[in-house]
Design a protein. Structure first.
Length: 288
């Protein structure tokens, strides 16, 4: 077993959550060099596994997510006669389905199995470039499919901690709106790569995490079509206008919101990047 001692007081160092090592006695911190890591491949793998486990635990930690609050509940009977109760914060009604924002899930209840199949067909139309597999984190992750006794179907997706529809945070100041638009533009590039249009980008379907600045796209995946993302790019602008704080922001932002989308999502994202550089002084992580 490899042991690392504190150079300041001689105590054994502990692996730190933030990376490297920390001394529980004097508070000193230390980090392994690249050469040390290369010389201890087995230890390196253990360190990476430790950090991955910590990251996963944090992603599933709802203890600090105090924005969510129950405003209603609804109960169903599953085909095995067991009850299914959904405590929700918000509810969205679509033709042929209802969507519930629950504590740890986003739950869709469809009028029948065909509607649920159509939803999943749209979601499964997504493909991702090998160089950027993290894009799959921007889209719903299915955990369960349930059958109700009355013939309705239920699809249960993960709602990660701190993720809410962007309308929950409205009105957004320009610097906060900027990173939301960036996430939406990034998501549209994933749709462009898949050669599909989502068709339901809105203030309730775009989910954002103000802590990590991540974004996810929910909404109605039955609207997915094999067409250009032009309509999605228009909806980004419309959605941003609906949640923005009026009367503030650089002129480049307003020019973008009033502009016609570029030929495709990649070119539109390039245009948006010039807005970030010229209007906001570059990419910055602005605490929400």
């Amino acid at each position: 077993m490899i042991t690392y001692k504190c150079r300041n007081c001689g105590a054994q160092l502990n692996v730190s959550d933030a990376g490297g090592f920390s001394c529980s006695y004097c508070g000193c911190r230390a980090f392994m060099s690249d050469s040390e890591l290369r010389g201890n491949e087995a230890f390196r793998q253990k360190i990476l596994s430790f950090y991955m486990a910590k990251a996963m635990a944090k992603e599933d930690d709802y203890s600090g997510d105090d924005l969510w609050e129950e405003t209603g509940s609804v109960s169903f009977v599953m085909d095995n006669s067991k009850p299914l109760t959904i405590a929700y914060m918000d509810k969205y009604v679509y033709p042929g389905m209802e969507c519930f924002l629950a504590k740890k899930n986003v739950v869709y209840v469809f009028d029948n199995g065909n509607e649920a199949d159509l939803f999943m067909k749209g979601l499964l139309s997504l493909t991702f470039p090998e160089a950027d597999m993290k894009l799959d984190r921007c889209f719903p992750i299915l955990t369960q499919r349930l059958h109700l006794k009355d013939g309705r179907e239920v699809l249960v997706f993960v709602r990660k901690p701190y993720f809410y529809p962007v309308e929950v945070f409205a009105p957004l100041k320009a610097e906060h709106l900027a990173w939301v638009i960036s996430r939406m533009e990034n998501i549209c590039c994933a749709l462009e790569f898949s050669e599909i249009s989502h068709g339901d980008i809105s203030t309730s379907s775009v989910f954002v995490n103000p802590v990590t600045h991540e974004g996810m796209l929910f909404g109605d995946y039955r609207n997915v079509r094999r067409i250009s993302t032009q309509e999605d790019l228009k909806r980004i602008r419309e959605t941003a206008k609906q949640v923005m704080e009026r009367g503030s922001g650089p002129s480049e932002l307003f020019a973008f919101l009033d502009s016609k989308p570029r030929a495709n999502a990649y070119e539109d994202f390039e245009y948006w990047d010039t807005v970030i550089e010229k209007g906001f002084g570059g990419h910055k992580f602005v605490r929400f």
